[in-house]
Design a protein around this ligand. Structure first.
Ligand code: GUN
Ligand code: FE
Length: 432
């Protein structure tokens, strides 16, 4: 089908956070991997296109996971009885040490990529470990999966066990350059490198400064963690007393969005933002930084609830992340419903003015909201990259015919991504 086709089905998407479009017996057109819009009848100029018949199937944009840790997938669903800092020491770091072993990395990352391929996720922003060889293996696996992704070699040169602490800022920076150059040499089509300082407690000022320099030199995006847990936030205050707030500790080194210009590829995404102060929120806004809201992780690690309604009201860029394995599932369907459910608790217990997220709003965050990190992604509007998931919900009871929008909502709450994905396309290519 060569990235040129039309899908006929129940086409569902969210052009804005305030509205879900559902069009039955409609056509979504893909030309050279780019969506050309949705039509009730196929316009003559597309008459020669192959039609993929998904009549009565739900067709939605592929989901975007803005924050996931590939090496943590191996223990996903275990080690959940700790808060962040103890969890890192007891659960996450011991696993991440194993990726010094390339055989283990190949095996574990193969399983990770296979799971993502079978999920509803079409794009992901992925943490590896500090190991260059293992992270390149991860990139190979991601490329093969057909998903479009950013993958980061993690930087961490302090406050972890010796096996997981880079020997110096210089060594960490040199390994990062090696990682960037080797990933360019491999000429991936869908897989790109992203700078990945783990979080401020893991990175000395010297390392942060070196990464700021590498970012300017190569024009790379950045991913990290921000204001996830109260003890973490307090620690950052002690480690970088010159920083006005946690996010400023990245911004001081040029690792916090695109403050000055508008060079593409310089996007930054920060996971969590549960405890961002008004000043930090303002800086996130000024610098155009994406917030990756990770409700599953925030529940499991007892981190709290990010005030997503407030962020949307302020006009922040927000997407959703699974944060495996603080999050216990790679399912972005679950991320969508978890985000709604925690927003209801936030509204009930914390802030009665912060209206709960609706299903269309949360779907928007998981598609077009996070998709914008990759460019024109996450919608079936004209000009968007053609990422799509086709769902067959015939496994659900059908005592009466539900409206199509209800079937879509049901698919999310009842986790139809486990057994109901009929097809998946990323960047116009069928990958499932
Ligand atoms: N902060 C620093 N590292 C991590 C991690 O691996 N997971 C989460 N959730 N937060 C972090
Ligand atoms: Fe994380």
């Amino acid at each position: 089908m060569d990235r040129n086709f039309a899908i006929r089905g129940i086409i569902c998407y969210t052009p804005g956070a305030d509205g879900l479009v559902v069009r039955e017996n409609a056509y979504a057109v893909c030309e050279e991997g780019v969506c050309r819009g949705v039509f009730d009848a196929l316009p003559e100029r597309f008459g020669a296109l192959e039609v993929v018949d998904c009549t009565d199937r739900l067709v939605l944009p592929g989901l975007v996971d803005l924050h996931i840790h590939a090496p943590q997938y191996a223990y996903c669903g275990t080690g959940m009885d700790y808060e962040l800092m103890e969890w890192l020491d007891r659960v996450a770091f011991p696993e991440e040490m194993r990726y010094a072993d390339a055989d283990y990395a190949a095996r574990a990352y193969g399983l990770f990529a296979r799971s993502l391929k079978q999920s509803a996720t079409t794009r992901a922003v992925v943490f590896g470990t500090l190991h260059v060889q293992a992270t390149l293996l991860l990139m190979d696996c991601m490329e093969q999966s057909g998903l479009v992704s950013y993958v980061g070699k993690v930087n961490m040169d302090r406050d972890a066990p010796p096996e997981l602490t880079e020997e110096s800022a210089e060594r960490s920076a040199a390994d990062t350059r090696r990682f960037i150059l080797e990933s360019a040499r491999r000429n991936y089509r869908r897989t790109k490198p992203i700078l990945t300082p783990r979080f401020v407690p893991s990175c000395t000022d010297a390392l942060m400064a070196a990464l700021g320099g590498i970012r300017r030199e190569y024009g790379l995006p950045v991913q990290s963690h921000l204001s996830e847990n109260p003890d973490e936030v307090a620690l950052v205050g002690r480690l970088q007393p010159e920083a006005a707030f946690y996010g400023d500790a990245y911004d001081r080194f040029g690792l916090f969005g695109d403050a000055g210009g508008s060079a593409p590829g310089l996007n930054t995404v920060m996971a969590h933002c549960v405890y961002s102060t008004p000043e930090e929120v303002q800086r996130l806004l000024d610098n155009g930084v994406w917030v990756a809201h990770c409700p599953s992780s925030n529940m499991n690690l007892g981190s709290g609830i990010a005030p997503v309604r407030r962020y949307l009201e302020r006009g922040l860029r927000v997407g959703l992340g699974s944060d495996v394995a603080g999050g216990t599932t790679e399912s972005m369907f679950r991320a969508v419903t978890d985000a709604i459910q925690v927003s209801k608790l936030y509204w009930r217990y914390i802030d009665r003015e912060a209206k709960p997220l609706t299903f269309p709003e949360s779907l928007y965050l998981a598609t077009k909201g996070g998709g914008a990190f990759f460019g024109k992604v996450g919608s079936f509007e004209d000009g968007y990259a053609f990422d799509a998931v086709v769902l067959d919900d015939s496994v659900e009871p059908q005592a009466r015919r539900l409206p199509a929008a209800s079937r879509l909502e049901r698919a999310f709450y009842r986790e139809l991504d486990k057994n109901g994905i009929a097809m998946k396309f990323a960047d116009g290519e069928r990958i499932l």
